[in-house]
Design a protein around this ligand. Structure first.
Ligand SMILES: CC(=O)SCCNC(=O)CCNC(=O)[C@H](O)C(C)(C)COP(=O)(O)OP(=O)(O)OC[C@H]1O[C@@H](n2cnc3c(N)ncnc32)[C@H](O)[C@@H]1OP(=O)(O)O
Ligand SMILES: O=CC(=O)O
Ligand SMILES: [Mg+2]
Length: 559
């Protein structure tokens, strides 16, 4: 405002012009969670409120922008690299050097932040533990607050746990523990239990802000670079470099606010949307002082392709989930581009999740899981990735063997430029080129997985084993969005010759509920949330208007 304009008129009746801005009204409205007061201290809440006040406006703008971008994609029926950022792609620049704790990331275990899992993950022998508030967590107030309590206890080396049967859990010596990398929720989810002037804060800023605030205080006490830890993050579901820019602004603000050096925070960005795949360079560039790498989040990536091209015709129809994999040409192109981009920019390239989970009770299931995961990790290591994810502690040695065989004593292979084959937009979008079939068996599986997962999520479980596969929010999104896509494109199922229709899906849902009642028994069935899960599943897979995320209509049903 120009100096001669005088003070702005007061918009608050009775408050003189130029008076200090009103203090925000902050409401914490969740059910009681044990030890919440250790996390939700007045200072930590004020820090999150400060983030909200600084960045909520921009978050909303970017969420609106997602909608217009999707409308553009629907109109064009295709996608390409951005002309306006060609100079960034062509430029000669690198991201900041990784801190010591993030140099060797050959095996990363992922999982939710409940107490037992925290201890098991940290003790697993993995280099990194991705502490997940996203795909693997149902964001009940209990889960998001107690997760923060557990992270503080883990950082202080005082986390322990025992089961009602007396099995005791404790941390191994500090030098043997995984480094913690926290994955906050994506930009789309609100935290409805913390309101500022009646507006919910972003789940992303709640998870990031609380972990950063508590972690940064300890970091300051320990000295500039802790060899085993720091404020390290995974950033999920990013759709554009502008969203990465917002994270960069949040990091810059957060570091300045608590007085730790710019660049202390390190973030690995999941490339798990089709739009982000076209902006890998740009995302690293925006975050270059804070970037630690990119990750190939294959499950949300498939979901994002279906979501964005759901009504773009036959070329984009995703066949049965188990007939597409990382060797499908469009997925191989995505992995290739990720390794090429990361290594050109000095960043780590981290592989994704093979969803097969082992069983300690069934040797055959175990053998299949080990073999499938080994094949997947061998391929990633050979293709230039610096490390990869596993979902279960028993898979840590499997993935480590794959990466040891390629890396040897080197912490990573960032000097490996990856495949010399350039990646084109057409290759990234060649879904039809994957072949694969759409079957009623695939449709049935999608119904089963979708209902079972949503029911677990409503009870506060964000990751579950279903039919020996790891299922989480990302894989459930594939199930329901694929059904929407098949119905709206009139797909004919190759094994029955029948068309995929809403009526067929409703029949399969009813059949699945009856099967579950028989499998569980009437009492256990009645104790679950099956009817709500089925209703929500039908809504997100059959409603004409496609829900951007299934967790959005599901959120109000959580405690
Ligand atoms: C698309 C994506 O975003 S992938 C990343 C997000 N998804 C995830 O992180 C999933 C992580 N994995 C898991 O949550 C689990 O492995 C599940 C739910 C799939 C299966 O868990 P369970 O049914 O408990 O498996 P199982 O009984 O074989 O577990 C054996 C032991 O390993 C532990 N365990 C299993 N997975 C993990 C894990 N990821 N982290 C830590 N501990 C684990 C179990 O707690 C159990 O411990 P216990 O023997 O002390 O009781
Ligand atoms: O977050 C990972 C994914 O595959 O989705
Ligand atoms: Mg994901």
């Amino acid at each position: 405002m120009a100096a001669d304009q005088g003070p702005a008129p007061s918009l608050r009746p009775g408050v003189p012009p130029g008076a200090a801005p009103a203090a925000p009204v902050v409401t914490v409205a969740g059910p009681r969670v044990a030890r919440a007061e250790e996390v939700l201290t007045p200072e930590a809440v004020a820090f999150v409120v400060g983030l909200h006040r600084a960045f909520e406006g921009r978050r909303q703008e970017l969420l609106t922008r997602r909608k217009s971008r999707r409308a553009e994609i629907a109109a064009a029926g295709t996608l390409d690299f951005l002309p306006e950022t060609a100079a960034v792609r062509a430029g000669d620049w690198k991201v900041a050097e990784a801190p010591r704790a993030l140099q060797d990331r050959r095996v990363e275990i992922t999982g939710p932040t409940d107490r037992k899992m925290v201890i098991n993950a940290l003790n697993s022998g993995a280099k990194i533990w991705l502490a997940d508030f996203e795909d693997a967590t149902s964001p009940t107030w209990e889960n998001v607050v107690s997760g923060q309590v557990n992270l503080i206890d883990a950082y202080l080396g005082r986390i322990d746990f025992s089961t009602p049967a007396g099995k005791a859990y404790a941390l191994k010596p500090a030098a043997e523990l995984a480094t913690v990398v926290v994955r906050p929720r994506g930009w789309h989810l609100d935290e409805n239990h913390l309101l500022v002037d009646g507006v919910p804060v972003a789940g992303a800023l709640f998870d990031f802000g609380l972990y950063f605030f508590h972690n940064a205080a300890r970091l300051l006490a320990r000295g500039a670079e802790d060899p085993n830890s720091g404020p390290y993050f995974y950033l999920p579901k990013t759709e554009s470099h502008l969203e990465a820019r917002l994270w960069n602004e949040v990091f810059t603000h957060a570091q300045a606010a608590v007085g730790i050096p710019h660049g202390t925070i390190r973030a690995t960005v999941l490339i798990e949307t089709i739009t982000a795949a076209f902006e890998m360079d740009e995302i690293l560039y925006e975050l270059r002082d804070h970037a630690a790498g990119l990750n190939a989040g294959r499950w949300d990536y498939l979901f994002s392709i279906v979501k964005n091209f759901r009504d773009a015709g036959d070329h984009y129809i995703l066949p049965d989930r188990n007939s597409v994999g990382m060797t499908s040409p469009f997925m191989a192109a995505y992995a290739r581009l990720l390794v090429q981009t990361c290594h050109k920019r000095g960043a780590h390239a981290i592989g994704g999740m093979a969803a097969f989970i082992p069983s300690r009770r069934d040797a055959e299931v175990n053998a299949v899981a080990f073999e499938k995961v080994k094949t997947d990790k061998d391929r990633e290591a050979a293709n230039g990735f610096d490390g990869s994810w596993v979902a279960h502690p028993d898979l840590v040695p499997v993935a480590r063997a794959s990466f040891d065989a390629v890396l040897g004593d080197r912490p990573n292979q960032k000097e490996n430029p990856g495949s010399p084959e350039a990646v084109t937009a057409a290759q990234l979008l060649d879904i039809a080129g994957a072949g694969g079939t759409c079957t009623e068996a695939g449709l049935h599986n999608a119904v089963q997985v979708g209902i079972r997962y949503i029911e677990a999520w409503l009870r506060g479980l964000g990751a579950v084993g279903i039919f020996n596969m790891m299922e989480d929010a990302a894989t459930a999104e594939i199930s329901r969005s694929q059904i929407w896509q098949w119905i709206h494109n009139g797909v004919v199922l190759s094994d029955t010759g029948e068309k995929a229709t809403a009526e067929l899906v409703r029949r399969l849902v009813a059949g699945e509920l009856a099967a579950l009642r028989a499998e569980l028994g009437a009492e256990a069935y009645a104790g679950g949330r099956w009817a709500e899960a089925a209703e929500l599943f039908e809504q997100v897979s059959l409603a004409e208007e496609f829900a951007d995320f299934l967790t959005l209509p599901a959120l109000p049903l959580l405690g």
